[in-house]
Design a protein around this ligand. Sequence first.
Ligand SMILES: NC(=O)c1ccc[n+]([C@@H]2O[C@H](COP(=O)([O-])OP(=O)(O)OC[C@H]3O[C@@H](n4cnc5c(N)ncnc54)[C@H](O)[C@@H]3O)[C@@H](O)[C@H]2O)c1
Length: 327
Amino acid sequence: MAVLVTGGAGYIGSVTVEQLSSKGEQVVVLDDLFRGHRPAISPGIPFYQGRAGDRELLKRILREHHIEACVHFAALAYVGESVEQPAKYFENNVEQGVALITTLLAAGVRRIVFSSTCATYGEPEKTPIAEDTPQWPTNPYGWTKLVIERMLASLDRAHSLKFVALRYFNAAGASEHSGEYHEPESHLVPNVLRAASGEIPVLSVFGKSYPTPDGTAIRDYVHVCDLADAHILSLERLRAGGTSDFINLGTGRGYSVMEVIECGRKVTGRAVPIRIEPPRPGDPARLVADASKAARVLGWKPTKSDLATILRSQWEWRQRNPRGYAA
Ligand SMILES: NC(=O)c1ccc[n+]([C@@H]2O[C@H](COP(=O)([O-])OP(=O)(O)OC[C@H]3O[C@@H](n4cnc5c(N)ncnc54)[C@H](O)[C@@H]3O)[C@@H](O)[C@H]2O)c1
């Protein structure tokens, strides 16, 4: 019995593959490597390069492995890019997702753990954000994730497909082997460290007049290893016959952009030059999770998600891998 991990060569996927394997799980990875890295996957793990919704390839994988569940990470995940190229996002995240999930269902695979996002909430009226907060995304990326959430719920009603949709807040940090390395990079933590190391001359801070104590946007950061744990707990819940659910993955504690930068300065002992820029459209002031459901339903307890541990782990990974995954 094996778990199919789509997007397993990406940032969160590769850490989850690492943790699943270390628990003795059989894992099969499907990734088109558009944003992922082949070296992020251990050579012993069966790897298929292709699109998540390639039905022929999926049938081949289903013939060659006894797939019992799927963790579906594969997606494009940049808010700004989705605003500029919405069709690309709907094709990749929705069309490919529909093809993947319906092909798996037709083959009798009825357990899905899906990477959703706090971006499905849009601009919430109050924080912390609980799972029953009305969802109205402010960008195409968020809509693509919400569409798949709704499809999963419909497939559960019609065909008893069981799923856990995990709404991550901000993933950050690194495991021993895998860290965050994107080209282009739009996430704050790796960019703070790139500025600290001189790889970029200056860090852009988008918006300094938000209604927050220091005027910069506040986000809830979760260590990637804690996120990976939540996927394993979700699989276990589904295998034990648990019902489908939507679950936030955050810590309930938010940090402003300036607080992350200050922590980056302390962890690295280096200067982080910044430049204030206008806020990005569709970027809410404050996104902080009510994380109580994950603890209640999954028994999830983040252990590495304090900000200094997050930054230190990514900094150390960078020091060991200054060129990311390049040989
Ligand atoms: N990083 C975050 O903070 C965050 C927050 C909320 C949700 N998410 C979601 O988590 C998932 C993983 O995010 P990440 O940060 O690891 O991103 P990532 O870009 O590092 O990983 C995504 C992986 O999926 C692959 N991929 C994309 N589209 C594909 C397709 N159609 N077929 C096959 N492979 C495809 C890419 O090559 C890449 O390896 C995504 O679904 C993302 O939307 C991430």
